[in-house]
Write a protein of this length. Structure first.
Length: 186
């Protein structure tokens, strides 16, 4: 019975992913570009380098490099070079990119039509599944700053103990590549 449930869950996730992916061929974007744009729109300022995008997407740096170049050509992201080290590149989502990534998809309509208790349970279950799959593959988890072991809440936002940086209020709800679960050992 357990094997049957596991296969059913895997098949359902794959089918939902394919349906979602098929719809993502819109706004002159392919699914890989949309995933990169979505990640960048949610990532904090410390987590927007090409290697961090590649790690989040479990993709090669070459694929991500071409993806980021395409997004920049389409004016959905802009490249930012460090003043201290010109080799270091980061990306920021443009206002056009934000409008593009916020266009609702069919999956959004489906999720909105489901009972909120079911969606909360689904979100928890999928988050646990993803966390375990990443752990088993030795991959980074990524997560929201406010939920991180290194985060300390402050009146004006927060503070990252690892990076020794003040965080703006909006940054505490963004994805960070340095994320570590509070129960994890550093």
């Amino acid at each position: 019975m357990k094997d049957m449930n596991q296969r059913q869950i895997r098949d359902l996730i794959e089918r939902i992913a394919r349906l979602n992916s098929a719809e993502e061929w819109t706004d002159d974007l392919n699914p890989t570009q949309r995933t990169a744009l979505s990640y960048l729109s949610q990532a904090n300022r410390f987590s927007r380098s090409p290697s961090q995008v590649a790690e989040f997407m479990a993709a090669t740096r070459g694929t991500v490099s071409q993806t980021l170049k395409a997004l920049a050509r389409k004016e959905l992201i802009s490249e930012i070079r460090s003043q201290l080290d010109r080799r270091w590149i980061s990306y920021e989502v443009t206002s056009k990119g934000k409008r593009t990534i916020n266009n609702p998809k069919a999956i959004d309509d489906a999720l909105n039509s489901i009972n909120p208790t079911v969606t909360a349970t689904l979100a928890d279950g999928l988050e646990n599944l993803l966390r375990e799959a990443l752990r088993l593959r030795g991959r980074k988890q990524f997560g929201l700053c406010k939920n991180c072991k290194y985060h300390r809440k402050e009146n004006s936002g927060g503070y990252c103990l690892l990076l020794e940086e003040k965080l703006k209020a909006e940054e505490v709800n963004q994805i960070c590549h340095e994320y570590l679960e509070p129960s994890s050992q550093a």
